[in-house]
Design a binder for this molecule. Structure first.
Ligand code: CA
Length: 224
């Protein structure tokens, strides 16, 4: 009787242990998979977006950024220059920037200004972009700093920009349409934080992990 009883119990215990092991493995696997880039399963069109690099470059990198976001400023000053030197200037990748308006009116004004510059003189865009981010205060970046005065002040430092025209273009429907286009891409791609970086359709888990970006780019180049 005792034996029989134990004989019934052991398979139950084994089953419970197996189930527990399976659960642990599933959980571990899940944790592993979240540290990898996630596939967006959507075609991201960069039509009309400021883009640097050769148009036929095999890898397409897209940043969703916000001029009011301190992490975007940091990304632009640390990761972006490495990316440009290693992959854009070597013809392996092209890079586009899409506006995100997570910080209200200031994000909107900065985006309108950037789109105006791009419309007026595309070759001045990246310098204006960099100069505007450089004006983001290190302390109290949530405080008001993106104003019409600031936009003009920054635009005056960038050669080739007609500041008067820029002021007028801020209300241009075609400029507003570009900002709207960016906002709909933000919704479509479920962007929840900035910067969000997509490499050939794959959303980086951590845009500050340069090794992750490199290995993904190298994989994409090899897969060509
Ligand atoms: Ca845009």
């Amino acid at each position: 009787m005792k034996c029989k009883y134990s004989g019934f119990k052991i398979p139950v215990i084994v089953t419970i242990l197996v189930l527990a092991l399976v659960t642990v493995l599933v959980v571990i696997n899940d944790i592993k998979s979240t540290s990898k880039p996630t596939n967006t399963d959507k075609q991201l069109s960069i039509e009309g977006q400021p883009t640097i690099g050769q148009s036929d470059a095999p890898v397409e990198i897209v940043e969703f950024g916000d001029f009011k976001c301190p992490a975007c400023k940091k990304w632009g000053e640390t990761i972006y220059p490495q990316l440009v030197a290693d992959y854009v200037e070597t013809g392996k990748a092209k890079f586009s920037y899409i506006n995100v308006l997570f910080h209200g009116e200031e994000s909107r004004l900065a985006s309108l200004a950037a789109e105006s510059v791009y419309m007026q003189r595309p070759e001045s865009y990246w310098e204006f972009h960099k100069a505007l981010f450089a004006e983001q205060p290190d302390q109290d970046h949530d405080g008001l700093w993106i104003t019409n005065e600031k936009i003009n002040e920054v635009a005056e430092t960038v050669p080739g920009i007609d500041v008067k025209q820029l002021e007028n273009d801020l209300d241009e429907p075609s400029v507003m349409e570009e900002v709207d286009r960016d906002e709909s891409l933000v919704k479509e791609f479920g962007i929840e934080q900035t910067p969000s970086v997509i490499v050939n359709g794959q959303m980086l888990e951590n845009p500050f992990d340069y090794e992750e970006i490199q290995s993904l780019i190298e994989e994409e180049i090899e897969g060509e």
